[in-house]
Every structure is written in structure tokens, then in C-alpha cells.
Ligand binder design. Structure first.
Ligand code: AMP
Ligand code: MG
Length: 414
């Protein structure tokens, strides 16, 4: 068996970023930018008013109640040829281009009479004080043409997409989403929705893996259930190998019907490791065929999910060109006794609780590697070293969160 760190090194060494594709903005949310994007334009593209009011010459604002003659009206979306001279003003709406000669906008709230009563040719009285240059959004003040908008590896959020739209870029080049083939192995398994026979259980792993793959930006493809016989297992694994990543669950332990490792070997998958010093999830196997990353995760649902978190999610993120492939960690004090561990690092599922003295954690009920409820309640996985002698409450451990991303690898113990 190898350490968590060595297994992760092996996985990441095999994961080479996929190519890029161009997508429309409405399909680009959460996608990963594949090349530097620079702005083709200034933003704002022209100097404009930040308020509804009157465009004036700042030097005309003496502070007294002064009267200015209105020479134009400029709604948003139109451009005025007017030139604002001394003693003049142009009625202007938010977003309209500032007319020549003006450099300041007096908000309508500081003027009399009411805006609707002011027409071109009439006068407006400035009632309050306004600093010269105020209430104007200058061309390029947010962003100048040629400035870097997005760097490679950036995960696109709503604001990024809005910014791309604002500068007129209708599409963006992003990393391809890894295709992830998911299959379950086990003659006892039945797809959800199908009737259960005696001794049968439902396939949960395909569904959890599908969710985990989507969250990591991959494209899941559910292949279904392979029975524990050579032909069925081999046929489905062969089909799965067309994807960028294969996630097969079950059949990798030491049972008589655990055929996955042998079938992968027959299919030419080059095994990199089998067995990791971790609980839950020790029987994980990983290999490669061409550029395809092939995982056989254990069948117990918690073990399958934890294997994904530790070793599959980082690879799916790296395939998309990301460097923040890890989960963030926090230190927290155990709110309960921690039992001694044996040869494997143990990862109890835990809830975090914010107390007066900082974060504490408590395990989420029964911790069997098949007890999926322990995952549903969990904020993170506590990292308890192998050979740990045990401790009373209060001992501090790193907690690997089950949400968020980080560039920093969690301090996996050995
Ligand atoms: P295995 O790794 O094949 O020895 O399976 C270990 C345990 O996980 C057994 O109790 C299986 O019935 C169970 N199991 C395997 N695959 C699944 C699955 N897809 N969904 C739910 N339980 C599973
Ligand atoms: Mg099995």
C-alpha cells in the first residue's frame, strides 16, 4: 500500500490538460479559461453621466444659487452635438455621453424646478454644491483597451461573463470538459427505479459519482451496471475506456468475484498502484491507457466518494487546466474522543462547529464505509494519522473541507 500523497502524485503526474474549445457566454459559467483574454476596448467606452441631472462646466459652479440655460436634452442611447459653454447646461440621463464642453454632472435632486418642467431653452437653478468633475464615469476608468481581463485557469463566474459581454466578446475559449465514464460492478446491484430481487441492493455509486463529476466540471456518462462475470465486466470496461476518465466502482478488493483489476490488465491498462493507506477506501486501483485515467474505486459508497474526493476530483480539475485542484483545509479541535488508528490514515466524516475558541468538529454518526449518511451530514474529512495513539477531546486535526478549492495540498499525514 502507498501513502495518500504518493497516490495523489501518481494520479496528477498522469493527468495532462485537455484541449480548448470556444463557447458562447451563456454556456461558459464555471468553465475554465484556457488563454489570456485582453480587452478589445475601453470600459466605459465613452465618458458618460453617472446620474440623471445636468451636464455643466465645473468652473461655472460657484456655490451660489446660480441659474444656467438649458441648451440640450440627452437621453441614454443618444449623442448630442451640443457644446456646453459658460452659463449653460445640458439635461442628461444616466449613461448618456457627456456633451462637449462639460465635465461635471449636477444631480437632478439638487436642481429646481422639477426635471419635467425644464425644457430646452428654459433655465435650471443649481441649489446645492457639487465638486467639479463629479458624477462622471470617464472613458476607460474601469478597464483600458489591451488590459488583461482573464488569465488562464480562471473559473468563469457571472461577473466575468458580464465583463466579457460589456467589452463585446460573445464567446470565450475554455478548456474542454473531461468526459467521465461511470460504471458500477456487482451482481447484487439494481438501478434505482428497477424492482429489487432478494439479496439485491440499489446502485448508489453511479449517482453519487455523477454528481461529483458534474461538480468538478466533468461530463458524466453513466454506463450502468456490470455483473460480476468476466465477459460483462470486460465489455463495459472496454466501452468506458473511450472516455478521458473511467470511474468504475466495486470489485477491486480481495474477494473471489473482484474481477476489475484483472480485466483492466487484460484490456491493456497500465496499473500505477493498487492499495492506499487510507480508511475508508484502501482497495483503490489506478492505471492509465493512452491518455485515459482509469480508476477502480471500492464499492462501499463512502469509500467510493472519499476516493473520488482524494484522487479523482484533483485529476478532473487538472485536465481542465486548473492549478487549484485541492480542497481547502482548516484546523479544528475534536469535540470528542478520537480513537487510536492502525496502519492507515483515517478520514472520519465530520461536521464543523464554530465555538468561542474557534472551530471544533464532531463525527457525523456511524462511520462505516457503507454508511452514506455520514457523508450527507459532513462538512469535511478529519485527517487522523496512521498509528495515532488516540486522544481525549480537544486534540487538533486538519479538516479537509468537502467544498471550495485551493492551490495548497492538504497536509495528508502518513
Ligand atoms: P465491493 O467493493 O464490490 O466488494 O463492494 C463492497 C460493498 O459495497 C458491498 O457491500 C457492495 O454491495 C457495495 N456496493 C458495491 N457497489 C455498490 C454500488 N454501486 N452502490 C451501492 N453499494 C455498492
Ligand atoms: Mg462487488
Amino acid at each position: 500500500m502507498i501513502t495518500i500523497g504518493a497516490a495523489l502524485d501518481a494520479v496528477l503526474a498522469s493527468a495532462r490538460p485537455l484541449g480548448a474549445e470556444e463557447v458562447p457566454l451563456v454556456e461558459a459559467l464555471d468553465r475554465v479559461v484556457s488563454e489570456t483574454v485582453t480587452s478589445p476596448t475601453d470600459l466605459p467606452p465613452f465618458t458618460n453621466s453617472a446620474m440623471d441631472g445636468y451636464a455643466v462646466r465645473g468652473e461655472d459652479l460657484t456655490g451660489d444659487r446660480q441659474s444656467l440655460r438649458v441648451i440640450a436634452e440627452i437621453p441614454a442611447g443618444s449623442v448630442s452635438v451640443a457644446h456646453v459653454g459658460a452659463g449653460q447646461a445640458a439635461k442628461i440621463m444616466t449613461g448618456a455621453p457627456l456633451p462637449a464642453g462639460s465635465d461635471t454632472v449636477v444631480p437632478v435632486e439638487l436642481t429646481e424646478p422639477a426635471s419635467h418642467a425644464v425644457t430646452v431653452g428654459s433655465s435650471v437653478v443649481i441649489g446645492g454644491s457639487v465638486t467639479a468633475g463629479a458624477n462622471v464615469r470617464r472613458r476607460g476608468e474601469d478597464l483600458s483597451s489591451g488590459a488583461t481581463l482573464l488569465a488562464p485557469g480562471r473559473v468563469l463566474g457571472p461577473a466575468d461573463l458580464g465583463l466579457l459581454a460589456a467589452v463585446g466578446l460573445a464567446t470565450v475559449r475554455v478548456s474542454k470538459r473531461p468526459r467521465v465514464a461511470i460504471l458500477a460492478t456487482g451482481s447484487e446491484l439494481v438501478a434505482v427505479g428497477e424492482p429489487l430481487g432478494p439479496g439485491q441492493i440499489r446502485d448508489a455509486n453511479s449517482i453519487t459519482a455523477c454528481g461529483q463529476v458534474l461538480r468538478a466540471g466533468g461530463q458524466p456518462r453513466l454506463l450502468g451496471i456490470a455483473r460480476d462475470d468476466r465477459e460483462d465486466t470486460c465489455r463495459m470496461l472496454a466501452q468506458a475506456l473511450e472516455a478521458d476518465v473511467v470511474v468504475s466502482s466495486g470489485g477491486v478488493s480481495v474477494g473471489e468475484f473482484d474481477l476489475v483489476k484483472e480485466m483492466l490488465e487484460e484490456l491493456g491498462v497500465d496499473r500505477r498502484f493498487w492499495g492506499v493507506k487510507v480508511k475508508p477506501g484502501w482497495p483503490l486501483t489506478f492505471g492509465v491507457k493512452g491518455d485515459t485515467l482509469v480508476y477502480g474505486v471500492p464499492g462501499n459508497p463512502v469509500a467510493a466518494m472519499v476516493s473520488f474526493e482524494l484522487f479523482i476530483r484533483p485529476a478532473i480539475l487538472k485536465l481542465q487546466g486548473r492549478s487549484d485542484v485541492y480542497r481547502p483545509c482548516v484546523d479544528a479541535a475534536a469535540a470528542e474522543r478520537i480513537k487510536p488508528t492502525k496502519q492507515r490514515v483515517e478520514l472520519p466524516r465530520c461536521r464543523l462547529i464554530r465555538g468561542a475558541g474557534g472551530w471544533t468538529f464532531a463525527r457525523t454518526g456511524p462511520q462505516g464505509s457503507g454508511a452514506l449518511r455520514s457523508m450527507t451530514l459532513a462538512d469535511g474529512l478529519a485527517l487522523v494519522p496512521a498509528g495515532y495513539p488516540g486522544s481525549e477531546s480537544g486534540a487538533t486535526f486538519p479538516i479537509m473541507l468537502l467544498d471550495g478549492t485551493s492551490n495548497v495540498r492538504p497536509p495528508f499525514p502518513e
